[in-house]
Design a protein around this ligand. Structure first.
Ligand code: CA
Length: 235
């Protein structure tokens, strides 16, 4: 899940990025309308969090512009205290929700979670593949009956792969979706996290959860997608 935060208050922006990253989101930060517009055009976000007062324009105008262009990404507007006209204006401009500053962080994450919830037709409470289960709500992963603790980033990586289980995910795709645009750490970060997931989710007599497709990327191991035989049934 990837978010764009548009906030010109640098201290607040960094708090938002850090907090939402800890929740497992990949977060980009823009401090001006012009950068936000560029980001929204070049990436597919799961939700946008937009402050109203920005140095080179107004968050409401940005919201309206995105909607006029047909961009349906869920938008949470951040409004000033008592800015009632901002709230009304935000919803008029096509925002999905608004939050009044100052706010508590858990309130923000709850709103963002509600906005990024998948539409009902693709929403499954628990994602399952063979003996591997992932529950986005409780952020738990099981292999068989065993709960496997993962870091927030490992969880996001596995969730991304399990949501599109037949696809081959390139490193670029995974970096783009699970990390953020400004990621400038080690270049093999995807491989390192895949290796960690494999190790943590390793089970005797079971396949590795993630398969390497040489020269292409990674995918969920196809054997996990074959329905398991019923107990007692021989194959
Ligand atoms: Ca501002």
């Amino acid at each position: 899940m990837r978010l764009l935060v548009v906030e010109d208050d640098v201290a607040l922006g960094q708090i938002l990025v850090r907090g939402l990253s800890e929740e497992g989101y990949a977060v980009d930060l823009a401090t001006r309308v012009v950068d936000a517009r560029h980001n929204a055009e070049t990436h597919q976000y799961d939700s946008l969090v937009i402050d109203i007062g920005l140095p080179d324009g107004n968050g409401l105008d940005l919201c309206r512009e995105l909607r006029d262009r047909g961009d349906q990404t869920p938008i949470l507007m951040l409004t000033a205290r008592d800015g009632l006209s901002d709230k009304v204006g935000g919803l008029d401009a096509g925002a999905d929700d608004y939050l009044t500053k100052p706010f508590d962080f858990p309130e923000l994450t709850a709103r963002v979670r509600a906005l990024t919830r998948r539409p009902p037709q693709t929403h499954k409470t628990v994602l399952e593949a063979g003996d591997l289960s992932l529950d986005p709500a409780s952020r738990r992963v099981w292999r068989g009956a065993i709960i496997v603790p993962l870091t927030a980033r490992e969880f996001s990586l596995l969730e991304h792969i399990m949501r599109d289980p037949d696809a081959i995910h390139t490193r670029t795709d995974l970096l783009e979706s699970v990390w953020d645009a400004n990621y400038d750490g080690v270049s093999n970060v995807v491989d390192v996290h895949v290796a960690n997931l494999r190790r943590k989710l390793e089970m005797p007599d079971s396949v590795s959860v993630i398969e390497t497709v040489r020269g292409a990327g990674y995918r969920l191991h196809p054997e996990l997608l074959v329905p398991a035989p019923a107990p007692g049934q021989t194959t």
